[in-house]
Design a protein around this ligand. Structure first.
Ligand code: PEP
Length: 249
């Protein structure tokens, strides 16, 4: 049985005051229906980690360096993240891939560093609007996953999460239909099952892309959608909690 995971990607938003308010709101309303995780900007990780210490809510980072330590200005190491209390680290978010030109190979290296350091990577995969319109979604997602399989092997997915995030749905208000999203999630699970059916069966595959309290229940009801990676709607405690609540409907 895969426990639903609702993870909030706060991106580069918030201030110390708003972060404290958001965490207090989430803590006050967490009903335990789903596992919750929040991924604040790196500079707030220690503060948020401290506030979550007495809760079941997990802390996650928005990225992790592929090197252990050294001259990598601007990067944050896996050891620093675990010391800050992180359980998860997002890798390969489409904004990292498109705005900061992170390749499939770099994303795979970040994923590999995360698993070797005891962090659970949340590997984001998904196609652009162009690729969507060309009908090559499965090929794009397969290539992104293959880069990770080549470096970490199927064993790398024993303690990992995948987030399917169609790029055209991120921050746009457009959402993949539950049927379409289910089809890709099923494809991803089937692809991994070719290497190891047990790992594929227990792997949580989240949907990301304008998930909100209005559309969450239908998406989360799909058999291969095991949660959500939430951007905009994770910045309001009420909306984030309503999405988590939708997991039981
Ligand atoms: C995201 O960036 O991971 C995301 C899903 O954003 P949004 O929910 O705002 O589309």
């Amino acid at each position: 049985m895969r426990k639903t995971l609702i993870a909030g990607n706060w991106k580069m938003n918030g201030s110390m005051a708003s972060v404290i308010e958001l965490i207090e709101g989430i803590k006050a309303g967490d009903s335990g229906v789903a596992e919750l995780a929040v991924c604040p900007p790196a500079v707030f990780l220690m503060k948020v980690g401290g506030m979550l210490a007495d809760t079941e809510i997990a802390l996650g980072a928005q990225n992790v360096c592929n090197h252990e330590s050294g001259a990598y200005t601007g990067e944050v190491s896996a050891a620093m993240l675990t010391e800050s209390g992180c359980r998860y680290a997002i890798v390969g978010h489409s904004e990292r891939r498109s705005l900061y030109l992170e390749s499939d190979q770099l994303v795979a290296a970040r994923f590999d560093m995360a698993i070797k350091s005891g962090l659970i990577p949340i590997l984001c995969v998904g196609e652009t609007l162009d690729e969507h319109e060309q009908g090559v979604t499965e090929a794009v997602v397969a290539k992104q996953i293959d880069a990770v399989l080549e470096l970490s092997g199927i064993g790398g997915f024993a303690n990992a999460v995948i987030a399917y995030e169609p790029v055209w749905a991120i921050g746009t208000g457009l959402v993949a239909s539950p049927d379409t999203a289910q089809g890709i999630h099923h494809f991803i699970r089937g692809k991994l099952a070719e290497s190891d059916a047990g790992i594929a069966e227990q792997l949580r595959i989240l949907y990301g892309g304008s998930m909100n309290p209005g559309n969450a229940a239908e998406l989360l009801a799909q058999p291969d959608i095991d949660g959500g990676l939430i951007g905009g709607a994770s910045l309001k405690a009420q909306d984030f909690l309503a999405i988590a609540q939708a997991a039981q409907e």
